[in-house]
Design a protein around this ligand. Structure first.
Ligand SMILES: [Zn+2]
Length: 116
């Protein structure tokens, strides 16, 4: 599944990805940062980690990486995460497994996920 549109709302501090099947996934920026896929954030274990980022986390820039991923530079300059379409599908809130405790951001309630 690939995105057909990626919209960054600065006022809502979120990224909205519209997929080729016309569904859309909303990612608050702190949530995205919490799921940063880079080796520095994820380490070398087998378990995928959710590292809760502060709510004021924002995006400094977005860049394309080939046709398969989105690069995100956060406000603090951290830009080593390569958010592949596959990764974005995996972490979207709608796909989150049942049973996780919800955590609320200012306008959206999302599951807290510690591993996928
Ligand atoms: Zn990272």
């Amino acid at each position: 599944m690939k995105p057909v549109d990626i919209a960054h709302s600065k006022s809502r501090n979120e990224l909205v990805v519209t997929w080729e099947d016309s569904t859309a996934s909303t990612y608050p920026v702190p949530y995205l940062r919490s799921w940063c896929p880079c080796a520095g954030c994820q380490g070398h274990g087998n378990e995928v980690k959710y590292l809760a980022a502060p709510e004021e986390t924002s995006i400094g820039g977005l860049f394309e990486i080939g046709a398969y991923a989105l690069g995100i530079r956060f406000h603090d300059g951290h830009d080593s995460g390569i958010y592949t379409w596959e990764w974005l599908r995996k972490i979207r809130a709608e796909a989150a497994p049942a049973g996780y405790k919800p955590v609320s951001y200012t306008h959206l309630t999302l599951p807290t996920i510690y591993s996928v």
